[in-house]
Ligand binder design. Structure first.
Ligand code: KG4
Ligand code: ZN
Length: 348
């Protein structure tokens, strides 16, 4: 089996994936949300220090599982680790652990690009992967449409020009003095509203409505949301009814923007399978709106189980299977974590 490690941002995670069935055998994850919540966002130094504490704890539990159920660490045939893109001080923690394990156990090391990792979250419990497959990646750092031809060819065909989808939820939550991460907070507030109750003073502009290229932009929406908050604050404090209306309106506009761009993409391309991946793919309204659109085009929509949408090591282990079978290993002395994507799979 492969032991995989993920530490690209604020989640520490370790998983074991079978090389026989390609399926997940064991998975642990410790989220740091509560620690960062106090500061309204991820504090890099705290994230790094917490990985130093939690990764060895998770490894200890993984070893216990291996000793009780299998032949201990001898059952591990390779170590896989997220090496890019991400918060560099966080990536370093997982990469150091992975290098040390590979060198001390004398087994190969496999480096995985985090974005490609999210793609494989769709297949954690599936023996086979579907190609070609286009995906909308919505996370804290990215909003992209990625086309995957095979295990070695991933092409980004649309990007955000500014903030990402998840990041804009985080920022609006912060403006409302809500939780971090902001996505689940805004989604929960928005659930209390239905459109017919919303008056027009809450309507927000649709970004890039007339642009020629397929692209995403959330900073205009975020600023329009900020203006609504500032206007409300001129006369009163933000009450829960205002927050719910605002969250509803912001979520609606940002999802409408996504489906507007996807509609243009589907119109011009013959897509058979489409997926939504990344932490923000947990958003149920996003899922159902994209599903409606896919149905119009007879496209099959693939979604990862909710527990594997956000960062986790299970998707990294699943991504590593093909690299293991192709002996696509990296010398621990040469692996350098990177804040940006450099993977050759993206170079096509
Ligand atoms: O993929 P992920 O776990 O970490 C990154 O690689 O960035 O994504 C985290 C992002 C955060 O910005 C978070 O607010 C957003 O995903 N998110 C959501 C929801 N759940 C998480 N955004 C919108 N709606 C949600 N339900
Ligand atoms: Zn992620």
């Amino acid at each position: 089996m492969i032991l995989s490690i993920e530490s690209s941002c604020d989640d520490s995670s370790i998983a074991l994936t079978s090389l026989d069935s390609n399926k997940l055998l064991f998975h642990l994850k410790l989220s740091q949300d509560d620690e960062h919540n106090k500061f309204g966002g991820v504090v890099p130094e705290i994230a790094s220090r917490l990985h130093t504490k939690t990764l060895p704890e998770l490894l200890t539990k993984t070893k216990e599982f291996l000793n009780e159920n299998l032949k201990g660490l001898d059952s591990i045939k390779a170590i896989a680790v997220t090496s890019e893109p991400g918060l560099i001080v966080s990536l370093i923690e997982g990469v150091m652990m992975a290098k040390t394990l590979a060198l001390s156990l004398n087994i190969p090391l496999i480096s995985i690009n985090h974005l490609i990792g999210h793609f494989y979250s769709l297949f954690i419990d599936e023996p086979n992967v579907i190609f070609p497959l286009s995906a909308l990646l919505v996370s804290g750092g990215h909003t992209q449409i990625i086309e995957a031809k095979n295990h070695n060819e991933f092409k980004v065909i649309a990007n955000s020009l500014d903030d990402s989808f998840g990041e804009s939820f985080d920022k609006v939550s912060k403006m409302l003095k809500g939780d971090y991460p902001g996505g689940p907070y805004i989604e929960k507030l928005a659930k209390n509203y239905t459109e017919f109750k919303l008056d027009s003073s809450f309507s927000l502009p649709l970004p890039l409505k007339d642009s020629k290229d397929i692209a995403f932009s959330f900073s205009g929406l975020k600023n329009a949301t900020r203006l609504l908050i500032e206007k409300e604050l001129e006369s009163k404090n933000l009450d829960s009814s205002f927050k719910e209306k605002l969250a509803f309106s912001f979520q609606k506009a940002s999802i409408q923007h996504i489906t507007h761009q996807l509609n243009r993409y589907f119109k011009n391309n013959n897509i058979k399978h489409f997926a939504i991946i990344g932490g923000a793919s947990q958003n149920l309204t996003l899922r159902s709106e994209v599903e409606k659109l896919c149905n119009q085009y007879n496209i099959k929509l693939l979604l990862a189980p909710i527990q594997f949408c956000a960062d986790n090591a299970a998707m990294i282990g699943r991504a590593a299977i093909y690299k293991f079978k192709n002996k696509d290993f990296i010398d621990p002395l040469n692996l350098e974590p990177s804040p940006r994507s450099t993977a050759r799979e993206f170079m096509c």
